[in-house]
Design a protein around this ligand. Structure first.
Ligand code: GLC
Length: 623
Protein backbone atom coordinates (compact mmCIF):
# COMPACT_ATOMS: atom_id res chain seq x y z
CA UNK A 1 0.00 0.00 0.00
CA UNK A 2 1.24 3.54 -0.81
CA UNK A 3 2.13 5.23 2.46
CA UNK A 4 1.40 8.97 2.73
CA UNK A 5 3.92 11.57 4.16
CA UNK A 6 3.15 13.13 7.60
CA UNK A 7 1.84 16.47 6.09
CA UNK A 8 -0.51 14.63 3.76
CA UNK A 9 -1.83 12.51 6.66
CA UNK A 10 -2.55 15.65 8.77
CA UNK A 11 -4.40 17.34 5.86
CA UNK A 12 -6.50 14.19 5.20
CA UNK A 13 -7.08 13.85 8.97
CA UNK A 14 -8.58 17.36 9.18
CA UNK A 15 -10.77 16.92 6.09
CA UNK A 16 -12.00 13.57 7.41
CA UNK A 17 -12.96 15.27 10.66
CA UNK A 18 -14.88 17.98 8.77
CA UNK A 19 -16.65 15.37 6.66
CA UNK A 20 -17.58 13.30 9.69
CA UNK A 21 -18.92 16.37 11.54
CA UNK A 22 -21.17 17.16 8.59
CA UNK A 23 -22.26 13.57 8.08
CA UNK A 24 -23.02 12.88 11.77
CA UNK A 25 -26.73 13.02 12.63
CA UNK A 26 -27.71 15.63 15.29
CA UNK A 27 -28.05 13.05 18.01
CA UNK A 28 -24.88 13.99 19.83
CA UNK A 29 -22.58 11.69 17.90
CA UNK A 30 -19.22 11.68 19.61
CA UNK A 31 -16.75 13.96 17.78
CA UNK A 32 -14.48 11.96 15.54
CA UNK A 33 -11.40 13.77 16.74
CA UNK A 34 -10.43 11.29 19.48
CA UNK A 35 -11.06 8.43 17.17
CA UNK A 36 -8.64 9.21 14.39
CA UNK A 37 -5.51 8.48 16.38
CA UNK A 38 -3.63 5.64 14.85
CA UNK A 39 -5.66 5.97 11.68
CA UNK A 40 -4.06 5.17 8.40
CA UNK A 41 -4.11 8.02 5.98
CA UNK A 42 -7.75 8.93 5.44
CA UNK A 43 -9.08 5.89 7.33
CA UNK A 44 -10.58 5.88 10.83
CA UNK A 45 -8.74 3.65 13.31
CA UNK A 46 -11.54 1.07 13.45
CA UNK A 47 -10.94 0.34 9.81
CA UNK A 48 -7.27 -0.32 10.37
CA UNK A 49 -6.90 -4.11 10.50
CA UNK A 50 -3.36 -3.72 11.79
CA UNK A 51 -4.59 -2.26 15.07
CA UNK A 52 -5.45 -4.52 18.03
CA UNK A 53 -9.13 -5.44 18.23
CA UNK A 54 -9.76 -3.61 21.46
CA UNK A 55 -8.39 -0.38 19.94
CA UNK A 56 -10.64 -0.79 16.92
CA UNK A 57 -13.60 -1.41 19.24
CA UNK A 58 -12.79 1.69 21.31
CA UNK A 59 -12.52 3.80 18.18
CA UNK A 60 -15.73 2.55 16.62
CA UNK A 61 -17.67 2.79 19.89
CA UNK A 62 -16.54 6.41 20.28
CA UNK A 63 -18.10 7.22 16.93
CA UNK A 64 -21.43 5.48 17.45
CA UNK A 65 -24.66 7.16 18.45
CA UNK A 66 -26.79 5.56 21.15
CA UNK A 67 -29.26 4.39 18.52
CA UNK A 68 -26.47 2.77 16.52
CA UNK A 69 -25.35 0.94 19.66
CA UNK A 70 -28.89 -0.29 20.33
CA UNK A 71 -29.11 -1.46 16.73
CA UNK A 72 -26.06 -3.68 17.16
CA UNK A 73 -27.85 -5.51 20.00
CA UNK A 74 -30.77 -6.38 17.74
CA UNK A 75 -31.11 -9.59 15.71
CA UNK A 76 -33.89 -9.96 13.13
CA UNK A 77 -35.12 -13.01 11.26
CA UNK A 78 -34.40 -12.89 7.55
CA UNK A 79 -38.11 -13.09 6.73
CA UNK A 80 -38.71 -9.82 8.61
CA UNK A 81 -36.22 -8.14 6.26
CA UNK A 82 -37.43 -9.77 3.04
CA UNK A 83 -38.01 -8.43 0.46
CA UNK A 84 -37.34 -4.98 1.97
CA UNK A 85 -33.92 -5.08 3.64
CA UNK A 86 -33.61 -1.34 4.13
CA UNK A 87 -34.14 -1.36 7.91
CA UNK A 88 -30.92 -3.34 8.23
CA UNK A 89 -29.03 -0.15 7.34
CA UNK A 90 -31.56 2.45 8.44
CA UNK A 91 -31.67 1.05 11.97
CA UNK A 92 -28.13 -0.35 11.95
CA UNK A 93 -29.31 -3.83 12.98
CA UNK A 94 -26.36 -5.91 14.18
CA UNK A 95 -27.47 -9.34 13.05
CA UNK A 96 -29.76 -11.42 10.87
CA UNK A 97 -30.64 -15.06 11.38
CA UNK A 98 -32.27 -17.94 9.60
CA UNK A 99 -34.54 -19.77 12.00
CA UNK A 100 -34.91 -23.50 11.39
CA UNK A 101 -35.81 -24.02 7.71
CA UNK A 102 -35.79 -20.29 6.88
CA UNK A 103 -34.13 -20.58 3.48
CA UNK A 104 -33.87 -18.34 0.41
CA UNK A 105 -36.22 -18.99 -2.53
CA UNK A 106 -33.40 -20.86 -4.24
CA UNK A 107 -32.33 -23.34 -1.56
CA UNK A 108 -28.91 -24.06 -3.01
CA UNK A 109 -25.44 -23.09 -1.78
CA UNK A 110 -25.40 -20.32 -4.38
CA UNK A 111 -28.85 -19.16 -3.36
CA UNK A 112 -27.74 -18.91 0.27
CA UNK A 113 -24.50 -17.11 -0.59
CA UNK A 114 -26.34 -14.62 -2.80
CA UNK A 115 -28.86 -14.02 0.00
CA UNK A 116 -26.11 -13.46 2.57
CA UNK A 117 -24.24 -11.06 0.28
CA UNK A 118 -27.44 -9.14 -0.39
CA UNK A 119 -28.04 -8.56 3.30
CA UNK A 120 -24.40 -7.65 3.87
CA UNK A 121 -24.35 -5.15 0.99
CA UNK A 122 -27.31 -3.39 2.60
CA UNK A 123 -25.78 -3.47 6.08
CA UNK A 124 -22.59 -1.83 4.80
CA UNK A 125 -24.51 1.23 3.60
CA UNK A 126 -25.16 2.25 7.23
CA UNK A 127 -23.43 5.46 8.37
CA UNK A 128 -20.41 3.72 9.87
CA UNK A 129 -20.60 0.72 7.54
CA UNK A 130 -20.71 -1.85 10.34
CA UNK A 131 -21.19 -5.32 8.81
CA UNK A 132 -23.98 -7.55 10.06
CA UNK A 133 -23.30 -11.04 11.44
CA UNK A 134 -25.58 -13.84 10.23
CA UNK A 135 -26.57 -16.80 12.42
CA UNK A 136 -27.94 -20.24 11.52
CA UNK A 137 -28.53 -23.61 13.18
CA UNK A 138 -25.99 -25.87 11.50
CA UNK A 139 -26.39 -28.30 14.39
CA UNK A 140 -25.54 -31.48 12.47
CA UNK A 141 -24.02 -29.98 9.37
CA UNK A 142 -25.56 -27.12 7.43
CA UNK A 143 -28.88 -28.92 7.61
CA UNK A 144 -31.05 -26.14 6.18
CA UNK A 145 -29.21 -26.22 2.86
CA UNK A 146 -30.34 -28.79 0.33
CA UNK A 147 -27.25 -30.77 -0.73
CA UNK A 148 -25.23 -30.10 2.42
CA UNK A 149 -23.59 -32.92 4.32
CA UNK A 150 -25.84 -33.91 7.22
CA UNK A 151 -23.83 -35.51 10.02
CA UNK A 152 -25.25 -37.67 12.83
CA UNK A 153 -27.05 -35.69 15.50
CA UNK A 154 -25.14 -35.18 18.75
CA UNK A 155 -26.53 -38.22 20.58
CA UNK A 156 -24.93 -40.46 17.95
CA UNK A 157 -21.67 -38.52 18.10
CA UNK A 158 -21.72 -38.96 21.86
CA UNK A 159 -21.80 -42.72 21.27
CA UNK A 160 -18.50 -42.47 19.35
CA UNK A 161 -16.64 -41.18 22.43
CA UNK A 162 -14.31 -39.53 19.87
CA UNK A 163 -13.64 -35.81 20.50
CA UNK A 164 -11.14 -35.74 17.63
CA UNK A 165 -13.78 -36.92 15.17
CA UNK A 166 -16.16 -34.25 16.50
CA UNK A 167 -13.48 -31.58 15.98
CA UNK A 168 -13.13 -32.70 12.35
CA UNK A 169 -16.89 -32.55 11.92
CA UNK A 170 -16.84 -29.03 13.35
CA UNK A 171 -14.25 -27.95 10.78
CA UNK A 172 -16.15 -29.53 7.90
CA UNK A 173 -19.41 -27.97 9.05
CA UNK A 174 -17.74 -24.57 9.31
CA UNK A 175 -16.45 -24.80 5.75
CA UNK A 176 -19.92 -25.60 4.47
CA UNK A 177 -21.45 -22.77 6.49
CA UNK A 178 -18.72 -20.34 5.35
CA UNK A 179 -19.37 -21.46 1.79
CA UNK A 180 -22.79 -19.86 2.05
CA UNK A 181 -21.34 -16.66 3.52
CA UNK A 182 -22.75 -17.28 6.98
CA UNK A 183 -20.36 -16.48 9.84
CA UNK A 184 -22.12 -17.67 13.00
CA UNK A 185 -23.39 -21.13 13.94
CA UNK A 186 -25.85 -21.61 16.80
CA UNK A 187 -24.00 -24.76 17.80
CA UNK A 188 -22.96 -26.85 19.67
CA UNK A 189 -25.81 -27.62 21.98
CA UNK A 190 -24.00 -28.56 25.20
CA UNK A 191 -27.14 -29.65 26.94
CA UNK A 192 -26.87 -32.57 29.38
CA UNK A 193 -29.99 -34.64 28.64
CA UNK A 194 -31.23 -36.15 31.88
CA UNK A 195 -34.74 -37.23 30.83
CA UNK A 196 -35.28 -38.99 27.49
CA UNK A 197 -38.84 -37.67 27.34
CA UNK A 198 -37.27 -34.32 26.30
CA UNK A 199 -37.78 -33.58 22.60
CA UNK A 200 -34.19 -32.29 22.33
CA UNK A 201 -32.48 -35.37 23.80
CA UNK A 202 -30.87 -36.05 20.40
CA UNK A 203 -29.20 -32.62 20.50
CA UNK A 204 -27.27 -33.71 23.60
CA UNK A 205 -23.95 -35.54 23.54
CA UNK A 206 -25.11 -37.48 26.58
CA UNK A 207 -26.31 -37.64 30.17
CA UNK A 208 -22.91 -37.44 31.79
CA UNK A 209 -21.56 -33.83 31.78
CA UNK A 210 -18.06 -35.15 31.08
CA UNK A 211 -19.24 -36.24 27.60
CA UNK A 212 -20.60 -32.88 26.33
CA UNK A 213 -17.61 -31.23 27.98
CA UNK A 214 -15.22 -33.50 26.04
CA UNK A 215 -17.12 -32.84 22.82
CA UNK A 216 -16.59 -29.09 23.02
CA UNK A 217 -13.91 -29.92 20.48
CA UNK A 218 -16.72 -29.07 18.07
CA UNK A 219 -16.16 -25.42 19.05
CA UNK A 220 -12.46 -25.67 18.23
CA UNK A 221 -13.38 -27.21 14.88
CA UNK A 222 -16.02 -24.62 14.05
CA UNK A 223 -13.79 -21.68 15.01
CA UNK A 224 -10.60 -22.98 13.37
CA UNK A 225 -9.24 -20.18 11.09
CA UNK A 226 -12.02 -17.90 12.30
CA UNK A 227 -13.22 -15.59 9.54
CA UNK A 228 -11.73 -17.65 6.76
CA UNK A 229 -13.14 -21.20 6.84
CA UNK A 230 -14.01 -20.83 10.51
CA UNK A 231 -17.27 -19.47 11.91
CA UNK A 232 -18.34 -18.25 15.33
CA UNK A 233 -19.61 -21.04 17.59
CA UNK A 234 -22.40 -20.82 20.17
CA UNK A 235 -22.44 -22.79 23.39
CA UNK A 236 -26.12 -23.40 24.08
CA UNK A 237 -28.52 -23.36 25.87
CA UNK A 238 -27.19 -21.86 29.05
CA UNK A 239 -28.06 -23.44 31.50
CA UNK A 240 -29.95 -26.58 32.53
CA UNK A 241 -32.16 -27.03 29.46
CA UNK A 242 -31.68 -30.82 29.62
CA UNK A 243 -32.54 -31.08 33.28
CA UNK A 244 -36.12 -29.87 33.45
CA UNK A 245 -38.66 -31.72 35.55
CA UNK A 246 -40.41 -34.33 33.42
CA UNK A 247 -38.12 -33.54 30.49
CA UNK A 248 -40.50 -30.74 29.51
CA UNK A 249 -38.92 -28.52 26.83
CA UNK A 250 -38.51 -24.94 28.10
CA UNK A 251 -39.58 -26.21 31.51
CA UNK A 252 -38.21 -25.75 35.02
CA UNK A 253 -34.93 -27.24 36.22
CA UNK A 254 -35.56 -27.81 39.89
CA UNK A 255 -32.13 -28.43 41.35
CA UNK A 256 -29.94 -27.11 44.14
CA UNK A 257 -27.16 -24.84 42.98
CA UNK A 258 -24.69 -27.57 43.83
CA UNK A 259 -26.51 -30.04 41.52
CA UNK A 260 -26.94 -27.44 38.76
CA UNK A 261 -23.22 -26.70 38.88
CA UNK A 262 -22.24 -30.37 39.02
CA UNK A 263 -24.42 -31.60 36.17
CA UNK A 264 -25.02 -28.68 33.80
CA UNK A 265 -22.13 -26.23 34.17
CA UNK A 266 -19.06 -28.33 33.19
CA UNK A 267 -19.70 -28.25 29.41
CA UNK A 268 -20.04 -24.44 29.49
CA UNK A 269 -16.91 -24.06 31.59
CA UNK A 270 -15.05 -26.09 28.97
CA UNK A 271 -16.66 -24.13 26.15
CA UNK A 272 -15.42 -20.86 27.66
CA UNK A 273 -11.95 -22.35 28.02
CA UNK A 274 -12.07 -23.27 24.34
CA UNK A 275 -12.93 -19.69 23.42
CA UNK A 276 -16.56 -20.08 22.38
CA UNK A 277 -17.49 -16.79 20.69
CA UNK A 278 -21.07 -16.71 21.90
CA UNK A 279 -23.42 -18.31 24.37
CA UNK A 280 -27.17 -18.70 23.87
CA UNK A 281 -29.44 -18.48 26.88
CA UNK A 282 -31.87 -21.30 27.59
CA UNK A 283 -35.66 -20.89 27.43
CA UNK A 284 -35.88 -22.95 30.61
CA UNK A 285 -36.04 -21.77 34.21
CA UNK A 286 -34.00 -22.58 37.29
CA UNK A 287 -36.19 -23.15 40.32
CA UNK A 288 -38.97 -21.09 38.75
CA UNK A 289 -36.89 -18.16 37.43
CA UNK A 290 -36.41 -17.78 33.68
CA UNK A 291 -32.79 -17.94 32.54
CA UNK A 292 -33.49 -15.04 30.15
CA UNK A 293 -33.77 -12.76 33.17
CA UNK A 294 -31.24 -14.44 35.42
CA UNK A 295 -28.51 -11.94 36.21
CA UNK A 296 -26.74 -14.20 38.73
CA UNK A 297 -26.28 -17.08 36.29
CA UNK A 298 -25.69 -15.02 33.12
CA UNK A 299 -23.52 -12.23 34.48
CA UNK A 300 -22.13 -13.32 37.84
CA UNK A 301 -21.45 -16.98 36.96
CA UNK A 302 -20.95 -17.07 33.17
CA UNK A 303 -19.31 -13.70 32.55
CA UNK A 304 -17.54 -13.03 35.83
CA UNK A 305 -16.83 -16.40 37.46
CA UNK A 306 -16.12 -18.34 34.23
CA UNK A 307 -14.69 -15.25 32.52
CA UNK A 308 -16.75 -15.54 29.34
CA UNK A 309 -15.56 -12.72 27.05
CA UNK A 310 -17.79 -13.30 24.04
CA UNK A 311 -21.37 -12.15 23.69
CA UNK A 312 -24.60 -13.64 25.01
CA UNK A 313 -27.55 -13.99 22.67
CA UNK A 314 -31.14 -14.67 23.69
CA UNK A 315 -33.05 -17.54 22.21
CA UNK A 316 -35.91 -17.04 19.72
CA UNK A 317 -38.26 -14.49 21.31
CA UNK A 318 -36.94 -15.80 24.60
CA UNK A 319 -37.33 -12.47 26.41
CA UNK A 320 -41.09 -12.62 25.73
CA UNK A 321 -41.34 -15.47 28.24
CA UNK A 322 -39.81 -13.68 31.21
CA UNK A 323 -43.10 -12.40 32.64
CA UNK A 324 -45.12 -15.38 31.47
CA UNK A 325 -47.35 -13.20 29.31
CA UNK A 326 -47.64 -13.01 25.51
CA UNK A 327 -45.37 -10.53 23.75
CA UNK A 328 -42.55 -8.50 25.24
CA UNK A 329 -42.53 -5.35 27.35
CA UNK A 330 -40.05 -2.68 28.36
CA UNK A 331 -39.70 -4.40 31.71
CA UNK A 332 -38.75 -7.68 30.01
CA UNK A 333 -36.27 -5.91 27.75
CA UNK A 334 -34.74 -4.31 30.84
CA UNK A 335 -34.63 -7.62 32.78
CA UNK A 336 -32.95 -9.42 29.88
CA UNK A 337 -30.33 -6.77 29.04
CA UNK A 338 -29.51 -6.04 32.68
CA UNK A 339 -29.21 -9.80 33.28
CA UNK A 340 -26.38 -9.81 30.77
CA UNK A 341 -27.93 -10.59 27.40
CA UNK A 342 -25.94 -8.65 24.82
CA UNK A 343 -27.92 -9.41 21.65
CA UNK A 344 -31.64 -10.09 21.47
CA UNK A 345 -33.06 -12.57 18.92
CA UNK A 346 -36.25 -10.54 18.68
CA UNK A 347 -36.74 -11.89 15.92
CA UNK A 348 -39.60 -10.07 14.08
CA UNK A 349 -40.82 -6.88 15.74
CA UNK A 350 -37.36 -5.28 15.93
CA UNK A 351 -38.80 -1.73 15.71
CA UNK A 352 -40.83 -2.28 18.89
CA UNK A 353 -37.78 -3.79 20.56
CA UNK A 354 -35.60 -0.78 19.68
CA UNK A 355 -38.25 1.66 20.89
CA UNK A 356 -38.60 -0.14 24.24
CA UNK A 357 -34.86 -0.53 24.64
CA UNK A 358 -34.27 3.18 23.97
CA UNK A 359 -36.99 4.03 26.45
CA UNK A 360 -35.37 1.94 29.16
CA UNK A 361 -31.98 3.56 28.55
CA UNK A 362 -33.42 7.10 28.44
CA UNK A 363 -35.21 6.42 31.72
CA UNK A 364 -31.92 5.34 33.25
CA UNK A 365 -33.21 1.82 33.93
CA UNK A 366 -30.52 0.30 31.68
CA UNK A 367 -27.15 1.99 32.22
CA UNK A 368 -25.26 3.12 29.11
CA UNK A 369 -22.31 1.18 30.51
CA UNK A 370 -24.32 -2.02 29.95
CA UNK A 371 -25.05 -0.96 26.36
CA UNK A 372 -21.37 -0.22 25.79
CA UNK A 373 -20.34 -3.55 27.30
CA UNK A 374 -22.74 -5.43 25.02
CA UNK A 375 -21.43 -3.51 21.99
CA UNK A 376 -17.83 -4.16 22.91
CA UNK A 377 -18.52 -7.88 23.06
CA UNK A 378 -20.41 -7.96 19.75
CA UNK A 379 -18.04 -5.66 17.82
CA UNK A 380 -14.97 -7.55 19.04
CA UNK A 381 -16.32 -10.74 17.45
CA UNK A 382 -17.09 -8.92 14.21
CA UNK A 383 -13.51 -7.67 14.08
CA UNK A 384 -12.12 -11.10 14.98
CA UNK A 385 -14.23 -12.61 12.17
CA UNK A 386 -12.62 -10.15 9.75
CA UNK A 387 -16.03 -8.93 8.69
CA UNK A 388 -14.79 -5.38 8.13
CA UNK A 389 -12.12 -6.63 5.74
CA UNK A 390 -13.94 -9.59 4.15
CA UNK A 391 -17.67 -8.94 4.49
CA UNK A 392 -18.85 -11.14 1.64
CA UNK A 393 -19.00 -14.87 0.93
CA UNK A 394 -15.68 -16.50 0.10
CA UNK A 395 -17.01 -18.64 -2.74
CA UNK A 396 -13.90 -20.82 -2.68
CA UNK A 397 -15.62 -22.79 0.12
CA UNK A 398 -18.96 -23.13 -1.65
CA UNK A 399 -17.80 -26.20 -3.52
CA UNK A 400 -17.14 -27.96 -0.19
CA UNK A 401 -20.85 -28.14 0.49
CA UNK A 402 -21.88 -31.81 0.33
CA UNK A 403 -18.43 -32.72 -1.01
CA UNK A 404 -17.36 -36.39 -1.29
CA UNK A 405 -14.70 -35.68 1.35
CA UNK A 406 -17.26 -34.38 3.84
CA UNK A 407 -19.67 -37.21 3.06
CA UNK A 408 -16.89 -39.72 3.69
CA UNK A 409 -16.28 -38.07 7.07
CA UNK A 410 -20.00 -38.29 7.82
CA UNK A 411 -20.03 -41.96 6.81
CA UNK A 412 -17.12 -42.59 9.19
CA UNK A 413 -19.03 -40.82 11.97
CA UNK A 414 -22.19 -42.85 11.29
CA UNK A 415 -20.22 -46.09 11.53
CA UNK A 416 -18.56 -45.02 14.77
CA UNK A 417 -21.88 -44.02 16.31
CA UNK A 418 -23.68 -47.37 15.89
CA UNK A 419 -24.26 -49.13 19.21
CA UNK A 420 -24.77 -52.91 19.09
CA UNK A 421 -27.10 -53.84 21.94
CA UNK A 422 -27.96 -57.46 21.10
CA UNK A 423 -26.61 -60.04 18.69
CA UNK A 424 -27.87 -63.55 19.45
CA UNK A 425 -26.70 -66.37 17.23
CA UNK A 426 -24.34 -64.04 15.39
CA UNK A 427 -27.04 -62.85 13.02
CA UNK A 428 -24.78 -59.81 12.57
CA UNK A 429 -22.65 -59.19 10.61
CA UNK A 430 -24.92 -60.01 7.68
CA UNK A 431 -23.57 -62.12 4.83
CA UNK A 432 -22.90 -60.16 1.64
CA UNK A 433 -23.97 -63.12 -0.44
CA UNK A 434 -27.06 -63.76 1.66
CA UNK A 435 -30.72 -63.60 0.73
CA UNK A 436 -31.88 -60.58 2.73
CA UNK A 437 -35.28 -59.05 3.41
CA UNK A 438 -35.42 -55.40 4.46
CA UNK A 439 -38.50 -53.70 5.94
CA UNK A 440 -39.52 -50.71 8.04
CA UNK A 441 -40.53 -47.10 7.54
CA UNK A 442 -36.99 -45.84 8.27
CA UNK A 443 -35.15 -48.12 5.83
CA UNK A 444 -35.46 -45.94 2.75
CA UNK A 445 -36.08 -42.45 4.05
CA UNK A 446 -33.38 -39.74 4.21
CA UNK A 447 -35.71 -37.44 6.11
CA UNK A 448 -36.44 -39.98 8.85
CA UNK A 449 -32.78 -40.94 9.24
CA UNK A 450 -31.77 -37.25 9.50
CA UNK A 451 -34.33 -36.08 12.05
CA UNK A 452 -35.10 -32.50 13.02
CA UNK A 453 -33.22 -29.37 11.86
CA UNK A 454 -32.95 -30.79 8.35
CA UNK A 455 -34.22 -28.64 5.44
CA UNK A 456 -37.06 -27.58 7.74
CA UNK A 457 -37.15 -26.83 11.46
CA UNK A 458 -39.01 -30.01 12.39
CA UNK A 459 -37.48 -32.12 9.65
CA UNK A 460 -39.75 -34.33 7.58
CA UNK A 461 -40.04 -37.77 6.00
CA UNK A 462 -39.07 -38.39 2.39
CA UNK A 463 -36.25 -37.74 -0.05
CA UNK A 464 -35.73 -34.20 1.26
CA UNK A 465 -32.03 -33.89 0.41
CA UNK A 466 -29.38 -35.90 -1.47
CA UNK A 467 -27.72 -38.79 0.38
CA UNK A 468 -27.81 -42.57 0.84
CA UNK A 469 -30.55 -44.27 2.78
CA UNK A 470 -29.83 -47.26 4.99
CA UNK A 471 -31.42 -49.44 2.31
CA UNK A 472 -29.20 -47.87 -0.36
CA UNK A 473 -26.24 -48.86 1.77
CA UNK A 474 -27.47 -52.42 2.24
CA UNK A 475 -28.02 -52.80 -1.48
CA UNK A 476 -24.59 -51.37 -2.26
CA UNK A 477 -22.85 -53.68 0.22
CA UNK A 478 -24.54 -56.86 -0.99
CA UNK A 479 -22.28 -58.94 -3.16
CA UNK A 480 -23.19 -60.30 -6.63
CA UNK A 481 -24.49 -63.54 -5.14
CA UNK A 482 -26.56 -61.70 -2.57
CA UNK A 483 -30.12 -60.46 -2.98
CA UNK A 484 -32.07 -57.73 -1.20
CA UNK A 485 -35.86 -57.61 -1.14
CA UNK A 486 -37.48 -54.53 0.35
CA UNK A 487 -41.02 -53.99 1.46
CA UNK A 488 -41.81 -51.17 3.88
CA UNK A 489 -44.50 -53.12 5.70
CA UNK A 490 -42.73 -56.48 5.50
CA UNK A 491 -45.21 -58.00 3.08
CA UNK A 492 -43.80 -60.98 1.19
CA UNK A 493 -41.29 -62.11 3.77
CA UNK A 494 -41.06 -65.89 4.22
CA UNK A 495 -38.79 -68.56 5.61
CA UNK A 496 -36.54 -68.61 2.54
CA UNK A 497 -34.52 -65.59 3.62
CA UNK A 498 -31.26 -65.80 5.53
CA UNK A 499 -32.18 -62.79 7.64
CA UNK A 500 -34.63 -59.90 7.87
CA UNK A 501 -33.58 -56.35 8.74
CA UNK A 502 -36.25 -54.09 10.25
CA UNK A 503 -35.33 -50.39 10.20
CA UNK A 504 -37.81 -48.76 12.56
CA UNK A 505 -38.07 -46.01 15.14
CA UNK A 506 -39.08 -42.35 15.19
CA UNK A 507 -40.06 -39.81 12.55
CA UNK A 508 -38.56 -36.30 12.67
CA UNK A 509 -39.32 -33.69 15.32
CA UNK A 510 -37.60 -30.75 17.01
CA UNK A 511 -37.78 -29.02 20.39
CA UNK A 512 -41.02 -29.32 22.32
CA UNK A 513 -42.79 -31.01 19.42
CA UNK A 514 -40.72 -34.03 20.31
CA UNK A 515 -41.56 -34.17 24.02
CA UNK A 516 -43.05 -37.56 24.90
CA UNK A 517 -44.89 -37.30 28.24
CA UNK A 518 -46.77 -40.56 27.55
CA UNK A 519 -45.60 -43.85 26.03
CA UNK A 520 -42.07 -44.23 24.70
CA UNK A 521 -42.66 -47.35 22.61
CA UNK A 522 -42.63 -48.08 18.86
CA UNK A 523 -45.59 -46.96 16.78
CA UNK A 524 -48.25 -49.28 15.41
CA UNK A 525 -46.74 -49.36 11.92
CA UNK A 526 -43.41 -50.61 13.25
CA UNK A 527 -45.03 -53.18 15.52
CA UNK A 528 -47.07 -54.57 12.61
CA UNK A 529 -43.98 -54.79 10.42
CA UNK A 530 -42.00 -56.56 13.12
CA UNK A 531 -44.83 -59.00 13.72
CA UNK A 532 -44.74 -60.12 10.07
CA UNK A 533 -40.99 -60.56 10.11
CA UNK A 534 -41.13 -62.53 13.35
CA UNK A 535 -43.86 -64.81 11.96
CA UNK A 536 -41.63 -65.74 9.03
CA UNK A 537 -39.27 -67.55 11.37
CA UNK A 538 -36.12 -65.97 9.92
CA UNK A 539 -33.61 -64.19 12.21
CA UNK A 540 -34.60 -60.55 12.69
CA UNK A 541 -32.07 -57.75 13.11
CA UNK A 542 -33.66 -54.50 14.29
CA UNK A 543 -32.03 -51.17 13.38
CA UNK A 544 -33.51 -48.46 15.60
CA UNK A 545 -33.44 -44.99 14.01
CA UNK A 546 -34.42 -42.66 16.84
CA UNK A 547 -33.36 -39.54 18.69
CA UNK A 548 -33.24 -41.36 22.04
CA UNK A 549 -33.71 -44.71 23.77
CA UNK A 550 -37.24 -46.13 23.34
CA UNK A 551 -39.27 -48.47 25.52
CA UNK A 552 -38.53 -51.76 23.73
CA UNK A 553 -37.66 -54.15 26.60
CA UNK A 554 -40.88 -56.12 26.14
CA UNK A 555 -40.20 -56.61 22.43
CA UNK A 556 -36.51 -57.41 22.67
CA UNK A 557 -36.83 -61.16 23.31
CA UNK A 558 -38.42 -61.50 19.85
CA UNK A 559 -35.47 -59.82 18.15
CA UNK A 560 -32.23 -61.63 17.37
CA UNK A 561 -30.19 -58.44 17.07
CA UNK A 562 -30.59 -54.77 17.94
CA UNK A 563 -28.47 -51.90 16.61
CA UNK A 564 -29.06 -48.37 17.93
CA UNK A 565 -28.47 -46.19 14.89
CA UNK A 566 -29.64 -42.87 16.38
CA UNK A 567 -30.17 -40.17 13.66
CA UNK A 568 -27.35 -40.87 11.19
CA UNK A 569 -28.03 -38.10 8.65
CA UNK A 570 -27.40 -38.30 4.88
CA UNK A 571 -24.78 -41.07 4.86
CA UNK A 572 -26.85 -44.19 5.56
CA UNK A 573 -24.13 -46.40 4.17
CA UNK A 574 -22.30 -45.86 7.44
CA UNK A 575 -24.97 -48.07 9.02
CA UNK A 576 -24.54 -50.87 6.47
CA UNK A 577 -20.76 -50.72 6.96
CA UNK A 578 -21.49 -52.02 10.45
CA UNK A 579 -24.35 -54.34 9.45
CA UNK A 580 -22.01 -56.22 7.09
CA UNK A 581 -18.95 -56.03 9.33
CA UNK A 582 -16.87 -53.71 7.11
CA UNK A 583 -16.65 -51.81 10.34
CA UNK A 584 -16.95 -53.49 13.74
CA UNK A 585 -19.45 -51.77 16.07
CA UNK A 586 -17.60 -49.70 18.69
CA UNK A 587 -20.30 -47.29 19.87
CA UNK A 588 -21.08 -46.97 23.58
CA UNK A 589 -24.41 -45.73 25.00
CA UNK A 590 -24.26 -41.98 25.73
CA UNK A 591 -27.44 -42.29 27.79
CA UNK A 592 -28.85 -44.99 30.08
CA UNK A 593 -31.48 -47.15 28.32
CA UNK A 594 -34.73 -47.55 30.27
CA UNK A 595 -36.19 -50.96 31.10
CA UNK A 596 -39.57 -49.26 31.35
CA UNK A 597 -40.75 -45.73 30.53
CA UNK A 598 -41.98 -45.40 34.09
CA UNK A 599 -38.34 -45.33 35.17
CA UNK A 600 -37.74 -41.96 33.43
CA UNK A 601 -35.68 -40.03 34.26
CA UNK A 602 -33.10 -42.79 34.48
CA UNK A 603 -29.40 -42.01 34.67
CA UNK A 604 -26.24 -43.79 35.74
CA UNK A 605 -25.90 -43.94 39.49
CA UNK A 606 -29.52 -43.30 40.33
CA UNK A 607 -29.99 -46.79 41.78
CA UNK A 608 -32.44 -47.98 39.10
CA UNK A 609 -31.89 -51.14 37.00
CA UNK A 610 -31.78 -50.16 33.31
CA UNK A 611 -32.21 -52.41 30.30
CA UNK A 612 -28.77 -51.27 29.10
CA UNK A 613 -26.45 -49.10 31.23
CA UNK A 614 -24.68 -45.90 30.20
CA UNK A 615 -21.52 -46.94 28.30
CA UNK A 616 -22.91 -50.31 27.15
CA UNK A 617 -22.13 -51.56 23.65
CA UNK A 618 -21.22 -54.91 22.08
CA UNK A 619 -18.96 -55.67 19.17
CA UNK A 620 -18.34 -58.55 16.80
CA UNK A 621 -15.95 -61.32 17.75
CA UNK A 622 -12.65 -60.90 15.94
CA UNK A 623 -12.75 -63.30 13.01
C1 GLC B 1 -34.77 -22.20 18.61
C2 GLC B 1 -33.84 -23.01 19.46
C3 GLC B 1 -32.39 -22.63 19.36
C4 GLC B 1 -32.10 -22.07 17.98
C5 GLC B 1 -32.91 -20.81 17.79
C6 GLC B 1 -32.73 -20.20 16.39
O1 GLC B 1 -35.97 -21.95 19.26
O2 GLC B 1 -34.17 -23.10 20.85
O3 GLC B 1 -31.61 -23.80 19.63
O4 GLC B 1 -30.72 -21.79 17.86
O5 GLC B 1 -34.29 -21.01 18.02
O6 GLC B 1 -33.24 -21.08 15.42
Amino acid sequence: MRRLGLTQRIVIGVSTLALAAVAAPATGVAADSAADSGADAGRPAYRNARLPVDQRVDDLLSRMTLDEKLGQMTQAERSALTPDRSDLAALGLGSVLSGGGSAPEENTPKGWADMYDGFQRTALTSRLGIPMIYGVDAVHGHGNVRGATVFPHHIGLGATRDPGLVRRIGRATAREVAGTGIDWNFAPCLCVARNDRWGRTYESYGENPALPAAMTTEISGLQHRLGRSGVLATAKHYIGDGGTTGGVDQGDTELSERELRAVHLPPFKKAVERGAGSVMVSFSSWNGKKLHGHRYLVTDVLKKELGFGGFVVSDWAGIDQIDGEEGFTGAEVRRAVNAGIDMVMVPHDYRKFLTLLRGEVDAGRIPVSRIDDANRRILAKKFELGLFERPFTDRSYTGDIGSPRHRALAREAVGASQVLLKNDGGVLPLKKDGKLFVAGKNADDIGNQSGGWTISWQGESGAITPGTTILDGIRAQTGPAGTVTYDREGDGVDGSYDAAVAVVGETPYAEGEGDRPGGMGLDEEDLATLKKLKASGVPVAVVLVSGRPLDIAGRLPGWDALLASWLPGTEGDGVSDVLFGDRRPTGKLPVTWMRDADQLPINAGDGQRPLFPYGYGLTYPRS
